[in-house]
Design a protein around this ligand. Structure first.
Ligand code: ATP
Length: 589
């Protein structure tokens, strides 16, 4: 119980600090709930009064009683709808803030974590738990209403006949205890549901999105993936039913107890009316107060159980947020050095292993890359080329002194400053499904409205006549008037991003030209190399025609550097590079 109260308190602290609840709305909603609870109890008294006046055939007082009852109800309806409207508005504002926070959480997480398969599941869970902050608030508010309602109606029963109060208290408590017992099961099922949802959504998208249709049709994959989707969806539905069963069992048991109790109390009250101790009006009021007490006491338990459930989710979320904050602040402490790259990059005994892999992707690499050098990195699939450049760019963090820029360890360098002076186009570059303009200006977003500059870049990558509406042409599938591009056109557009940048000291190309024909690729790469003369260029490619023009070639094999040298030196060596050259040279004749 102590830890539960602490959680509620922490939740409150966190919410008031981070989410800035609108205090006026909170106070007004609370007031509306309390007045509404008072009204419900006044209705009990008013009903008794009306029935008694009816028995006494006192028409004037009867009409007065009915008018009062209607007035109370109108007041409650008005207050309820006010509170609901305001709460809805606040919940929408809150959900925007929640998503904002989730974006921050993702932005602050290391790339290595984000690339881990676990991340997708965690992210769905964070989105789910984040909404629980608001749910905690709204449950806490309704708990106040339930306490007021239960206390007042219990007081009425106690005042009328204490046995009925005792019975209402007993049944309400029993119903509530059933609820509390189901909390842990519900939390576990919720978590499983979130993870399974990720799989069945994936298979569903695979079967239905337009990007996947070619392969689905040609290889006739619908039955295969439909089965996988069906298996996951059925598993999901079974869990959903299990959850519903737990909820229905709880409700059914509660209702059963209430029916027995109402019967018992009706018999007792009827006997007391027969003996003349109670009036018919008392009968009406007692049955009303009985169900009100029972329902609200059990709802209090249920609200408590839901608060406990939400707090469990929030506690987990806070742990994740905490560890992210620790990571970010640790980074801020260590990365104080400015990024200066005037001489060279030193790579010393660089080793790197992905957390979900047994073997290292990079194993003890040593190299030096001089400022202004064009270095081509070649090697078979999975030899570690992309991993090496992600490490050099600081996208994966190194915790030792294995990468140094002008003698300063990368772990001490301000990565954001470094990213302002370096850029990369990866093989899995983003195809922004917006306008042509966005796709070019993504390289330097400050130039988004500089149409003259963006048009020059478009011409440089050979796309100036491709788009009917020029820079404002819409691409992809999001809008009806959008057009899609060929693989090579998308690559050219992506390459234009590096041309927009003027400040770069280091530019990396990770096979961004693989969809171009070999000669166009060489032509474009030569243009790019001309543009970046004097800057350091790292060029990953499987094509020797592109590598040939580099100042130096590094050939990688299973996470190590197999050979390094100029085109001529490596041909003379008769090793891996010369083998690749002999296979491909006819493309460039
Ligand atoms: N995000 C990741 N998580 C786990 N393992 C990874 C990840 N990325 C790459 N690997 C593994 O690391 C090794 C090196 O991969 P890397 O992408 O660096 O190779 P590459 O030489 O660029 O390959 P390719 O020419 O196919 O692009 C491979 O065994 C790969 O399976």
């Amino acid at each position: 119980m102590k830890s539960f109260l602490q959680t509620v308190k922490t939740t409150y602290d966190a919410t008031s600090r981070v989410y800035r609840f609108n205090k006026t709305v909170v106070i007004l909603s609370l007031l509306a709930y309390i007045v509404s609870a008072l009204q419900s109890n006044l209705s009990v008294y008013a009903s008794k009064f009306i029935v008694d006046q009816l028995t006494l055939q006192n028409l004037n007082l009867l009409m007065g009683g009915i008018a009062l009852l209607i007035l109370f109800q109108l007041l409650r309806v008005g207050l309820d709808s006010y509170a609901q409207l305001k709460s809805r508005k606040m919940s929408l504002e809150f959900s925007i803030q929640c998503e904002n926070q989730l974006i921050d959480l993702v932005a602050d997480t290391d790339l290595i974590e984000k690339e881990h398969p676990r991340f997708k599941g965690d992210f769905s869970y964070w989105s789910y738990s984040n909404s629980k902050y608001y749910d905690t608030y709204s449950i806490a508010i309704s708990l106040v209403k339930q306490i007021v309602l239960a206390a007042l109606s219990l007081f009425y029963l106690l005042h009328s006949y204490w046995v009925t109060a005792l019975l209402a208290l007993l049944v309400g408590t029993l119903r509530g205890i059933y609820d509390l017992r189901a909390v842990r099961q519900r939390v576990e099922i919720d978590e499983q549901l979130i993870r399974i949802t990720r799989s069945h959504h994936y298979y569903y998208d695979l079967l239905t999105t337009s990007e996947t249709q070619k392969e689905m049709m040609l290889f006739q994959l619908y039955p295969h993936f439909r089965k996988r989707w069906m298996d996951k969806k059925t598993e999901w539905a079974k869990l959903q039913i299990k959850l519903d069963k737990i909820n229905h069992q709880r409700i059914f048991r509660g209702e059963l107890l209430s029916i027995v109790n109402t019967g018992l109390v009706s018999v007792i009250t009827a006997y007391l009316i027969y003996k003349g101790s109670l009036s018919i009006g008392d009968y009406v009021a007692i049955t009303m107060a009985l169900s009100m007490t029972e329902n609200n006491i059990s709802s209090m338990f249920s609200s408590f159980s839901r608060l406990k459930e939400f707090c469990t989710h929030i506690e987990k979320l806070k742990l994740i947020e905490g560890s992210t904050q620790v990571a970010v602040s640790a980074e801020k402490q260590t990365q104080a050095e400015p990024f200066i790259f005037e001489h060279d990059i030193q790579i010393r005994e660089l080793t790197f292993r992905y957390p979900n892999q047994d073997k290292p992707a990079i194993a003890g690499i040593n190299a030096q890359i001089k400022k202004g050098e064009v270095v081509a990195i070649l090697g078979e699939n999975g030899s570690g080329k992309s991993t090496l450049i992600k490490l050099l760019l600081g996208l994966y963090r190194t915790h030792d002194d294995s990468i140094l820029y002008d003698g300063v360890s990368l772990k001490h360098i301000d990565r954001f400053q470094m990213w302002n002076k370096s850029s990369a186009i990866f093989q899995d570059f983003i195809r922004y499904m917006t306008q042509v303009r966005d796709n070019i200006a993504a390289g330097h977003i400050d130039d988004i409205d500089n149409s003259e500059k963006l048009n020059r870049m478009l011409a440089r990558v050979g796309l100036s006549d491709t788009f009917k509406h020029g820079l404002d042409n819409r691409l992809g599938f999001l809008e009806d008037d959008a057009v899609n591009l060929s693989g090579g056109q998308w690559q050219r557009l992506a390459l234009s991003r590096v041309f927009v940048r003027d400040e770069d000291e280091l530019v990396v190309f990770d096979e961004p030209t693989a969809a171009l024909d070999p000669l166009s690729e060489v032509r474009l790469m030569n243009d790019i190399l001309g543009h970046f003369k004097g800057k350091t260029v790292l060029l990953i490619s499987h094509r020797v025609g592109v590598a040939r023009n580099a100042d130096r070639i590094i050939v990688m094999e299973r996470g190590r550097i197999a050979e390094t040298g100029t085109h001529e030196e490596l041909l003379a060596r008769q090793g891996l590079y010369s083998e690749m050259w002999n296979q491909q040279k006819q493309w460039y004749d």
